[in-house]
Design a protein around this ligand. Structure first.
Ligand code: NAD
Length: 459
């Protein structure tokens, strides 16, 4: 059985029947058959399912957001934001798929009347092993384009977001998606690894670096396509030319939104010495304004951590930093009085790269702020990481921003903004932040094989 707990109270919400080796095989068998029919249905019919699903999300937004909040502790306003954002992503996917999946003629009148064309075909039956922190976002980035392009998807939501995973599947079935092309696989990491024993046509994973490496190893035995969207230790730089107040407010939000549990949360901040003291005043003032508590309340900004075991990781990072000379400027402890997995928003200064807090993903409401004396020093520190997901530069000087952003070894750069994902832009991580990409046009085509056509009419 799979027990689902409310991280805000520690109470059991529901017990679910987890999948077994036998049930996974049965779902895979059915998916293989169903995929053939699904792929041969008209593209317009497949897209129509997702137009209906979009409306379903709009109609059921409050109920679905509330379920997400119960299950992962995300404040209700942020759960609503996630569903609204998914609606926008659906608009992009449905519009762009029509454009991208048309056959393209790349040469019309070659020698001896030859014509050359490119078409796109689905990969087949793929697995989507997903994370809990944004189940709608990270799930839909994979299963929506995968299904539109004609694949079947064995969808394994995180064990911490299984109810939401089931709710997503129900919404899709009610929108006309055949059940067998989108079976849910429930369970923890053991069930995830069982899934990888099947003969799959692709594995699309969102989760931690440690699990991603296991997935890549297991999938390599089949030479199947593997895509990994992993963690980050995303840096931001407030330069001497930054607008100090708005920069501090923006970065506090980037560090603490969703309780710091975003792959692209700001996890390290570098501040030029000329604005450092003023920056800290505005930053702490913003953190003080965050409402912590019951995630069901609309005014709550910081809810509990979804994973109880993350608390020990944060405590260890803070202990390590303090033992090496860091100072806790704000917070620093678990909030026992609230029950559940609550942790104070925590700000550390006098930090450096010998400390875990500046090297390992925290994935919680903890931020280290380091003083720097030049752009060059900031750049070196920002790139001094095993990750490469996003990085942000704050300055009023466009030339300075462009120079710095060009030199950052990451998949996404931000100027005067952070912690932002667009359906129109590819989302990719470098180094230990992942392999492959989702979103943007390439994030649709990644679920297809290309077929090259050399066509010559006989005389
Ligand atoms: P996780 O790695 O613990 O789990 C992710 C999924 O993998 C879950 O469904 C889990 O059941 C499954 N799993 C665990 N062990 C497995 C195994 N051996 N074989 C197959 N499946 C297995 O990650 P999480 O805690 O759910 O998510 C948090 C992590 O995800 C963070 O590191 C975060 O940065 C990252 N993330 C990245 C992105 C991105 O777009 N790059 C987006 C969201 C989250």
């Amino acid at each position: 059985m799979l027990k689902v707990f409310n991280p805000a109270t520690g109470q059991l919400i529901q017990e679910l029947v987890a999948d077994t080796t036998a049930s996974i095989h049965q779902k895979w068998d059915s998916a293989k058959l169903a995929q053939l029919d699904w792929a041969s249905s008209p593209l317009e019919d497949r897209i129509e399912v997702f137009r209906k699903f979009r409306q379903y999300l709009v109609n059921h937004k409050e109920r679905l957001a509330s379920l997400l909040t119960q299950e992962v502790g995300k404040p209700i306003s942020q759960s609503i934001n996630e569903i609204n954002g998914t609606v926008s992503r659906l608009d992009y996917f449905t519009e762009a798929s029509q454009r991208l999946l048309a056959i393209t003629t790349v040469w019309q009148d070659g020698p001896q009347g030859i014509k050359e064309q490119i078409s796109r075909e689905p990969l087949g039956v793929i697995a989507n092993i997903s994370a809990w922190n944004y189940p709608y976002f990270v799930g839909s980035n994979v299963f929506v384009p995968a299904l539109i392009t004609g694949n079947a998807v064995l969808y394994k939501p995180s064990e911490l977001a299984s109810l939401t995973g089931l709710a997503i599947a129900e919404g899709l079935y009610k929108s006309g998606l055949p059940k067998d092309v989108f079976p849910t696989i429930l369970g923890d990491g053991r069930i995830g690894s069982e899934l990888l024993q099947l003969k799959l046509d692709g594995v699309f994973f969102t989760g931690s670096q440690a699990t991603g490496k296991k997935i890549a190893e297991a999938a390599s035995k089949q030479l199947t396509k593997v895509q990994l969207e992993l963690g980050g230790k995303d840096p931001a730089y407030a330069s001497e030319h930054a607008d100090v107040k708005t920069t501090a407010e923006s970065l506090a939000d980037g560090a603490f939104y969703n309780c710091g549990q975003s792959c692209c949360s700001v996890e390290r901040i570098y501040v030029h010495e000329k604005i450092y003291d003023e920056f800290l005043i505005h930053f702490i003032k913003t953190v003080e304004s965050f409402k912590i508590g019951d995630p069901n309340l609309s005014e709550t900004y910081l809810g509990p951590l979804a994973r109880v075991d993350q608390i020990a990781i944060l405590e260890n990072q803070i202990r390590d930093a303090v033992s090496k000379g860091a100072q806790i400027l704000y917070g620093g402890r678990k909030i026992g009085a609230l029950g559940g997995n609550f942790f104070e928003p925590t700000v550390l200064v006098h930090v450096n790269h010998s400390m875990l807090i500046m090297r390992n993903e925290s994935f919680g409401p903890v931020i280290g702020i380091q003083k720097v004396s030049s752009d060059h020093e900031a750049l070196q520190l920002m790139n001094d990481t095993e990750y490469g997901l996003t990085a942000a530069v704050y300055t009023t000087q466009e030339d300075q921003a462009m120079t710095l952003m060009s030199a950052l070894n990451v998949g996404t750069v931000y100027w005067n903004c952070c912690d932002r994902v667009s359906p129109r832009l590819p989302w990719s991580g470098r180094k230990n932040s992942g392999l492959g990409l989702t979103l943007g046009d390439e994030g649709i085509l990644t679920f297809t094989h290309t077929k090259a056509w050399h066509l010559k009419k006989s005389k």
